[in-house]
Design a protein around this ligand. Structure first.
Ligand code: FES
Length: 90
């Protein structure tokens, strides 16, 4: 089972769950809205590897930022994330 570490705390990912669902289930405050990859409110950044391209749709300069609502935790190729983006990228 994969896990995600955010701000020093590690959380297990359930099968078929998105990164956003994992974080919200664990009571991590992540801004969100549409939950369909449209509003970009849930943008967070991987501190490890590049996130899946499919979770970066609509982002111009990705810099390892991705949309947590459309990134399935099981497909993620990273472990550590920041929940506070430096700013909107587009
Ligand atoms: S909640 Fe709107 S893009 Fe993720």
């Amino acid at each position: 089972m994969r896990s995600i570490t955010v701000d020093g705390s590690t959380f297990p990912c359930q099968p078929n769950e998105t990164v956003l669902q994992t974080l919200l289930r664990e009571n991590i405050q992540v801004p969100n809205g549409c939950r369909q990859g449209l509003c970009q409110a849930c943008m967070i950044r991987s501190l490890d590897n590049s996130p899946p391209v499919s979770a970066q749709v609509g982002l111009k300069d990705t810099l390892n930022y991705f949309l947590a609502c459309i990134c399935h935790a099981q497909q993620a190729s990273y472990d550590r994330c920041l929940t506070q983006p430096a700013g909107r990228l587009n």
